[in-house]
Design a protein around this ligand. Structure first.
Ligand SMILES: Nc1ncnc2c1ncn2[C@@H]1O[C@H](COP(=O)(O)OP(=O)(O)OP(=O)(O)O)[C@@H](O)[C@H]1O
Ligand SMILES: [Mg+2]
Length: 229
């Protein structure tokens, strides 16, 4: 993997496994000898601590990183309420600034082989009055990995997301089928249909797991399908 490579992890919705896949991907890349760090640039749903606001996803990404990083480098935009980020920002009296996030990303890309950037919610989540996460992914110049939460409605959500990624001018590097509990009847048929409709490679189909761990996710991912791997 080249210096400064990374991926933007999006999903068909909130709660579909973006963090689980981000952690597994980090572990799989680390197992190949890469120094891997991650960002959760925008997190709404943080708890106050003596050190400032903390988000569970960002803390887990921080823990999985190959090098020690200050929390603010991983999660520069942290908001307490678990609501749409641009509304949380408005309530906090700030504007989420894509350029600011891009600078933070560039700093991380200089100290690692790979930066995994986890989005928030789905692909078109607004960041401010004018921009969405799609604008951020485009500006970061990152290829996208889409996590599809295999549940009812996922075919529509997945195909809409694929179309929106292309419309934004971004490249879909691959996608992951993540089977969420309760298991969907006909899950494999849904995955087969998406395989036939999405030209980007399926990087892995994760089963419903009793315990979700980075190691188990990494074992289910096939990085060889990634063009940049
Ligand atoms: N394959 C799986 N089997 C069982 N549980 C899973 C699986 N994948 C994810 N989960 C569980 O589903 C929940 C949501 O997963 P995760 O936090 O990774 O989603 P997310 O897309 O990152 O959510 P958010 O939008 O809040 O960032 C977590 O409790 C996670 O442990
Ligand atoms: Mg998450």
């Amino acid at each position: 993997m080249n210096k400064s490579r990374g991926y933007f992890i999006t999903g068909t919705d909130t709660g579909v496994g973006k963090t689980a896949v981000s952690l597994g991907l980090m572990q799989a890349l680390q197992a190949r000898g890469n120094s891997v760090v991650a960002m959760k640039p925008v997190a709404a749903g943080c708890v106050p601590t003596p050190g400032g606001l903390r988000n569970d996803d960002a803390l887990r990404l921080q823990q999985q990183a190959s090098i020690d990083l200050d929390y603010a480098r991983i999660n520069p935009c942290a908001f307490a309420p678990a609501i749409a980020p641009h509304i949380a920002a408005e309530q906090a009296g700030v504007r989420i600034d894509i350029n600011d996030i891009t600078n933070k990303y560039s700093e991380l890309s200089c100290v690692s082989d790979c930066v995994i950037v986890e989005g928030a919610g789905g692909w078109l989540v607004p960041l401010n009055a004018d921009e969405t996460l799609a604008d951020l992914a485009l500006q970061l110049d990152l290829e996208v990995i889409m996590v599809v939460g295999i549940r009812l409605g996922c075919l529509n959500h997945a195909l809409l997301t694929v179309a929106a990624i292309a419309a934004a001018g971004c490249t879909l590097a691959g996608w992951v089928a993540n089977q969420l509990p309760p298991a969907l009847e006909g899950a494999q048929e849904n995955i087969n249909y998406l395989k036939s409709r999405i030209s980007a490679p399926l990087l892995g189909a994760l089963p419903v797991m009793p315990v979700v761990s980075a190691g188990a996710v990494a074992d289910s991912l096939s990085l060889s399908a990634l063009a940049n791997s």
